[in-house]
Design a protein. Structure first.
Length: 111
């Protein structure tokens, strides 16, 4: 029997974020981009360096859909982007604001 290993996905991502991005925002591609980038980041990278074309090909999207999804995720503060210079391939860092707010709340409770 062959076992399949799945990287763990934060419950919040499935229980809340999926409904928010897919249902409320009507941006299912943004959810797919978030999942793929989160998976890549969990592979041990601090940030994921990928072009729009590479991102699109990895997920099976058009380049313009990938660009739009990335823009939306940045706007929603679910993704941070950095570049070494204007023409460099972007480096994406997946953000988890629900974890940060839980940590802040715990630290206030323990103060």
């Amino acid at each position: 029997m062959v076992g399949i290993a799945m990287s763990s996905v934060d419950d919040y991502v499935i229980d809340v974020l999926m409904r928010d991005l897919v249902g409320h925002d009507r941006r299912p591609v943004s959810f797919l981009v978030y999942l793929w980038l989160a998976h890549e980041q969990r592979r041990g990278r601090a940030a994921v360096q990928v072009s729009y074309q590479g991102l699109a090909e990895s997920i099976g999207l058009s380049k313009s859909s990938a660009q739009s999804a990335v823009s939306w995720l940045i706007r929603r503060k679910l993704l941070a982007v950095s570049k070494e210079n204007v023409t460099a391939t972007p480096r994406y860092t997946v953000l988890s604001p629900w974890r940060d707010s839980a940590r802040r709340s715990q630290s206030r409770d323990h103060s």
